[in-house]
Design a protein around this ligand. Structure first.
Ligand code: FPP
Length: 230
């Protein structure tokens, strides 16, 4: 059995869950946030070293302002309510995405969280916030050119170094809840060889048993990376 070191999750289905249970999409985001805490604990239990969560995409700006404001409120709520516990539990938190174009108060919180948890090592939880894979690549190519990189210097390792995920190993597993089967502009470069799992449950309902099922299925997968054997 092989074990994954990095799991990436598209936490889809919050809106549908909230509408169905409370006639309120935002309630789904609230319970989705509570589920993030549980899933982080499960991942520590099973010794996952990296967990990347898609919390806000560059396309999410197209949602109604009320929903965007609520997601930003939840972000601050998450910080106030959970930060001390996460830090005490030795959890390192990082953010990836276009962090230049987000509200100033969130930028300050992000910097604080990253600074205070940088030496923790139980797990690294990476929040993809205002993240889009295509915009990440555009940003990388711009910086490669700005640094006057020579054509012969360009290779996969160099491109990796210019991505927001620099120094983070590629995910072994992608989980998408909510029943849809698409990548929605998430980690397009980094997921090249990930095993994909699409779960027919909305994110607030995703639990430890679902996670264990994914890990078990991954454990018996033959990963060939384009060759004949691992
Ligand atoms: C997708 O569900 C989920 C999101 C766009 C946001 C994910 C956010 C959280 C889990 C909580 C917030 C956490 C932080 C740290 C801000 P959807 O709304 O697309 O659901 P739908 O497909 O049913 O509409």
């Amino acid at each position: 059995m092989i074990s994954p070191s990095h799991i990436a999750i598209i936490m889809d289905g919050n809106g549908r869950w909230g509408l169905k249970k409370y006639n309120d999409r935002n309630k789904g985001h609230y319970y989705g946030l509570l589920n993030i805490n549980k899933v982080i604990e499960h991942c520590i239990k099973i010794k996952i070293k990296y967990l990347t969560l898609y919390t806000f995409s560059t396309e999410n700006w197209n949602r109604p302002k009320k929903e965007i404001d609520y997601l930003f409120f939840l972000f601050k709520f998450f910080y106030k309510k959970n930060f001390n516990k996460l830090n005490k539990n030795n959890i390192k938190i990082k953010f990836i995405g276009d962090l230049k174009n987000i509200p100033k108060d969130l930028k300050i919180i992000i910097k604080k969280i990253e600074d205070k948890t940088k030496n923790n090592d139980a797990i690294t939880v990476i929040f993809a916030f205002n993240y889009g894979a295509k915009s990440e690549l555009v940003n990388a190519f711009k910086n490669i050119i700005k640094n006057k990189t020579k054509v012969y210097e360009i290779n996969e390792e160099l491109i990796n170094n210019y991505l927001y995920t620099n120094n983070i190993p590629d995910p072994d597993i992608l989980i998408r809840t909510g029943g849809e089967k698409r990548l929605s502009n998430f980690l397009l470069w980094q997921l090249s060889y990930a095993e994909l799992f699409f779960i027919n449950k909305n994110w607030p309902d995703f639990n430890f048993f679902d996670l264990k099922k994914v890990i078990k299925a991954f454990g018996v997968t033959k990963r060939k990376f384009g060759g004949l054997n691992e």
